[in-house]
Design a protein around this ligand. Structure first.
Ligand code: APR
Length: 312
């Protein structure tokens, strides 16, 4: 059996987790690429050792050479430096911008037809940069932020209410950072809005924990940042693309007019398929929600402007 080919740049915590999920769920063959010699090869070999136990078909390989990534259907970019305790996503900006620039040039040269999914933080700015440098249509370069933030919100909702996680449908849009916009009114338990089920103060606390969900993990780990939920989240986007499922996932996409926002990448629900972002169906938002979303966009715009002014 042959499988689609996914390249994951950055064989660190997030990249390796995504690779393992994609292989063990029989979604794709995975090529792990990293600047560190031996790291992608070692992790790939370790994963392949688990093949007879888990009985999965796809192969995982590791390389330091982009020639081995040629012909990929999807490329996931996780290369970068993770957040350290006390470090904001924004402080990562200058370091990771340089890394993303070099990675994008290499992956696009090797796989000009690929759909590219960015995971490197600060996510919205890095996705914008990856798209601009790629020369690809915006539908084929997007980012993973909203899936993770929504998953964290869903977890906190399920824990607080005792609801089965499978009954919780949570939605977070906007920037992947402190300016994210959790939408309790559009988050449901068995179809009922969270705002009808919990008092306002409790909803506010769940929102607060969601916004600081990543920082909470960083503070506990002390070295590095979250990777299980990020790895699984990006794998779910790859699965939607390769399976041409039409799943509507909160995706960091280029906005050109939707929600009255233009010229930035940030997470809103988008239809994902084999071509990448197939459509961005606009949610009916209240004035308050729209104001928060536009403030989130403005923060990203300022970060992009600062990065471009610094000419990194
Ligand atoms: N090309 C390829 N790989 C690179 C490059 C590069 N130019 N620069 C760094 N890397 C690799 C590192 O060698 C490392 O193996 O990227 C990997 C990053 O892995 P980790 O340090 O484990 O970081 P991780 O936790 O996986 O996070 C990766 O995702 O969620 C975001 O904020 C997070 O931006 C960070 C990224």
């Amino acid at each position: 059996m042959s499988y689609p080919k996914v390249t994951i740049v950055g064989a660190g915590q997030v990249g390796a987790t995504a690779a393992f999920v994609l292989a063990t769920r029989s979604v794709a063959d995975v090529m792990l690429v990293d600047v560190a010699e031996g790291l992608p090869q070692g992790k790939a070999l370790d994963m392949m050792h688990s093949r007879s136990v888990l009985k999965f078909g796809p192969r995982v390989a590791g390389t330091n050479d982009y020639a081995d990534t040629a012909g990929s259907d999807v490329v996931v970019i996780t290369a970068g430096v993770p957040r350290k305790p006390g470090m904001t996503r924004d402080e990562l900006l200058a370091i990771n911008a340089g890394i993303v620039a070099s990675v994008v040039a290499s992956v696009v040269a090797a796989s000009p037809e690929a759909v590219v999914i960015c995971v490197t933080n600060p996510l919205d700015v890095m996705t914008d940069r990856a798209w601009k440098l790629s020369g690809l249509p915006a539908s084929r370069v997007f980012g993973m932020g909203g899936v993770l933030d929504s998953a964290r919100f869903a977890y906190f909702i399920a824990e607080a209410t005792g609801a089965a996680i499978s009954e919780v449908d949570a939605l977070v849009v906007g920037a992947h950072g402190d300016a994210m916009v959790p939408l309790p009114r559009l988050s449901t338990i068995a179809g009922r809005p969270l705002t009808d089920l919990l008092p306002e103060a409790e909803v506010a606390e769940l929102v607060r924990r969601t916004v600081f969900g990543g920082a909470e993990v960083v503070a506990l780990l002390k070295t590095g940042s979250a990777f299980y939920a990020p790895g699984v989240s990006v794998a779910s986007m790859v699965e939607a693309v390769l399976g041409d499922t039409g799943a509507v996932l909160p995706t960091c996409v280029r906005l050109e007019g939707a929600y009255g926002i233009s010229g930035v990448h940030m997470s809103v629900p988008a239809v994902l398929g084999r071509a990448g972002v197939v459509a961005v169906p606009e949610l009916p938002l209240t004035d308050g929600e729209l104001t928060a979303l536009r403030a989130s966009a403005q923060q990203i715009r300022e970060q992009i402007a600062a990065l471009e002014a610094a000419d990194v």
